[in-house]
Design a protein around this ligand. Structure first.
Ligand code: HEM
Length: 416
């Protein structure tokens, strides 16, 4: 009887993440959309789901509920707290190793103190000043691509190296080391990597950045690692903290934008009328609007932002108990009919600025102006310079990163 009951209870809790529909790889998983529709219909914010380690945090799918919780200081990002709903084994590995947390996994006031040290590099003005350099880099990668044999894997030719080069420039990491970063960050974020592989990748990156902080202490330049080194010299950060911040910026700015470029190009190639609207318009607002719409439509942080309740939290007549995990997939909020009518329609002319692809609240993405800049330059350049660009294979044959922390494409073969 007990066994039967257990089976029933276990079966009633859906697994998370849920599989995508292979026929529609850009859309959120159908089962997750149903769960979201049910929460909207019932007016209930909370449902239990089962994640990879067998634990059962709450999933919160509605737009308003997500904003409420992401703005609530009782929802912590501290991954060292027992019961934290880790995204994957690598996060658990890193937390259990007792590594120095970076500000993404810190609560205020410490989070605010540390985040403030680097916000200066991400102001819209500072980032806008990088536009000519990002344009040059993009043109350079496209030149190389056009000069070589076809088909080309756009992930290797443009989507990965561009963000890598941009973040290396921003940090002041030598570009010669970018191959090393790509391999290590990708490994650290893979679902199917062993704990040892993940731990080793993380450790290697941290050691490397620690060495770079040392270099910048002796020989400062005009970049973020030199800024962090100066904070260390002034006693505001330990050297380990400075290296951890470098690692956070590197990881957060690299995989994300790379996947957004590859997936965005694939989505536009699948929607030629939308692509034409971007390519043929001289209005920069169309391009910037298209970037927002692609961020909404694709919502690449597909495993949801993760939190743990520090106290009991009442929401919509339900209660999250202290110590319970919370999963907030912005992918459902960004496809909520009431906020984005006909959400399954990719429409570059819609006003999608309210999307939550960059999160919400105090942890909202610090690097969003950099990501926007790169995406605007790529989508604004690639289709003009290569107007006949098309996929060299069928959409169904592409290998999507369902197993990744960040949704995207392993490769995107193209011809022109
Ligand atoms: C399309 C590209 C990107 C997407 C979709 C994205 C998404 C996100 C999201 C959803 C969060 C919030 C996580 C949470 O609340 O738990 C976040 C935080 C963050 N992102 Fe991004 N990001 C992108 C690009 C970048 C870039 C280019 C950088 C740096 C150059 C960056 C740096 C950061 C940092 C430092 C945080 C932590 C902020 C904090 O905790 O205060 N991101 N990002």
């Amino acid at each position: 009887m007990t066994d039967a009951l257990t089976t029933l209870t276990t079966a009633a809790v859906p697994d998370f993440p849920m599989p995508r529909d292979s026929g529609c790889p850009f859309a959120p998983p159908p089962q997750l959309r149903e769960l979201h529709a049910e929460q909207v219909r019932a007016g209930q914010p909370l449902t239990k789901v089962r994640i990879w380690d067998g634990s059962t945090p709450w999933v919160v799918t509605r737009y308003e509920d997500q904003r409420t919780l992401l703005a609530d200081p009782r929802c912590s990002v501290d991954q060292r707290r027992p019961g934290f709903p880790y995204m994957n084994p690598s996060f658990q590995e890193v937390a259990e190793r007792g590594s120095e947390p970076a500000f993404l996994t810190m609560d205020d006031p410490e989070h605010a103190r540390i985040r403030r040290m680097v916000t200066g590099a991400f102001t819209v003005k500072r980032v806008e000043a990088m536009r000519p350099a990002v344009q040059r880099m993009t043109d350079g990668f496209i030149d190389t691509m056009l000069a070589g044999p076809k088909p080309v894997d756009l992930v290797r030719a443009l989507a990965l190296p561009l963000p890598s080069l941009v973040i290396c420039e921003l940090l002041g990491v030598p570009y010669e080391d970018h191959e090393f970063f790509q391999t290590k960050t990708e490994m650290a974020m893979r679902h199917d990597a062993s704990r040892e592989e993940v731990g080793a990748s993380h450790h290697a990156l941290l050691e490397y950045l620690d060495g770079q902080i040392q270099v910048k202490l002796a020989d400062p330049t005009d970049d973020l690692l030199s800024e962090l080194a100066a904070r260390h010299r002034d006693g505001e950060l330990t050297r380990r903290q400075a290296a951890s911040m470098g690692l956070l910026l590197l990881g957060a700015g690299h995989e994300t934008t790379a996947n957004m470029i590859a997936l965005g190009v694939a989505a536009l190639l699948e929607h030629p009328e939308q692509l034409t609207a971007i390519r043929d318009s001289d209005d920069s607002k169309i391009l910037s609007g298209a970037v927002e719409e692609l961020l909404r439509y694709l919502t690449i942080i597909h495993l949801g932002n993760r939190r743990i309740a520090l106290e009991d939290i009442e929401i919509g007549g339900q209660t999250i108990r202290a110590g319970e995990g919370i999963v907030l997939p912005s992918i459902t909020a960004n496809w909520e009919e009431a906020y984005f009518p006909d959400p399954e329609r990719l429409d570059v002319t819609r006003d999608a600025r309210r999307h939550q692809a960059f999160g919400f609240g105090i942890h909202q993405c610090l690097g969003q102006p950099v990501a926007r800049l790169e995406l605007e330059v790529v989508f604004g350049t690639l289709f003009r310079r290569v107007p006949t660009l098309r996929m060299a294979t069928d959409l169904e044959k592409l290998h999507f990163k369902e197993d990744g922390l960040v949704y995207g494409l392993y490769e995107l073969p193209v011809i022109w």
